[in-house]
Design a protein around this ligand. Sequence first.
Ligand SMILES: [Zn+2]
Length: 418
Amino acid sequence: MSCSLCRLPFTPSSHSVDPRWPPPGVLSEKQVLYMKHAFGMGQHVFGLAVDLVNMDNNNFTINNSNMIINIIWETNGTTFIALHPHCATILRHHLGLSENSPDNLIELSLLEQIVGPPMDGVHAGRLPDFKYEDVLGAAGAHNRVDIEALWSKRGELPDFDWLEWKRRNLDWTAVRPDVFPRFRPQVAPTRISSLGPLPEPTEDVITTQPLDVLHVLLPYLDNRSFVNILSTCRTLRRHALTIFQAQARTRVLELGWAVPTSVEYAGFVKRNPPPPAATSPTSPTTPTSPAAGDKPGEAASSDGSAPTEPSTEAADFSLVAMAHAKHSPINADWYLYLSQVHRTPAMRARRWVWALAEELWRVYGEKRAAGPYADEVDAEGQRTKSRKWKAYAKHVDQQLMMRGAMFGKHKSAKPMTW
Ligand SMILES: [Zn+2]
């Protein structure tokens, strides 16, 4: 059973009656625990779009539900769409469907019809007309990522060649892409003081240029050259840590994938509440990793609650140790952050998943616009759902209603966590 976005398998739950584990040592214990989680969506999925756990042998079970509900993945020559929690968060961000509103849940359950149906057999879960392998580089390119080639069939079920995956140095593809480098809202004073006094006078060709020339020159450099040139000497390092932070910030934000989505940011702030605005500014020291252990991100929570910004009005978001376009100060250490987002395996994985989500968003946009679920636009440009969309919404009304029984709070029922 595999993710329809990144094509990697789900690991089995320890509650599975017949689990097929990856070979020992291929994944870390944390990865095995984390990758059993899925976010599933489709018209035959109870609740339309819900958190699942992989029970292996073609079965998922709904997580944190008051009822035990198993769902068969591959049936009648297709599957429903299942995604790893972070793949779901990133895809939902691109589709503009992050919140669990009824309309969004209905739209998510329609994905399988708009961009599907997902394939069956060896390629079970793969979406048609979607060039997964080419999102980072076309055929022959060194950065092309082919996960599909590692699937084969063992008996009745698709089987993933973990050992070959490892041998091809693809392990970075299973690193959680929501572990950001630590963001420093203030440049550590030691980073500047360690540069010592400004060396004077300088003689080399670059640092003797007026700053204006550097301002003009730097935008033409790619990120690697930008970081490299500004680290070549103490004068430029000092500039990098001060006056050029704004340029580094622009570069970070332009990457798109290098900062958390609003859902990821809200989740981080919830776990690491910023101090009240009145306290003296001290740099938070918590790492920017997501919730530890096997918990998937808040993004895919099925309890109907949309992720929200924390309500503590007096909190000082400028001190949050995670990059944010609006909240993070312009003179934060964006330069350090820019140099780190290109180095960690998590960010490498994120860039890839981000590219996959971008491509699927493109395919979705094209296919939706050309099909019966495209919005109707009246003479004034007002958009409304199509008749077919409304008919579908009516058809799945019961499925949506079930969410109350599955995830609502009941005195007698205790949600089962797998
Ligand atoms: Zn995935």
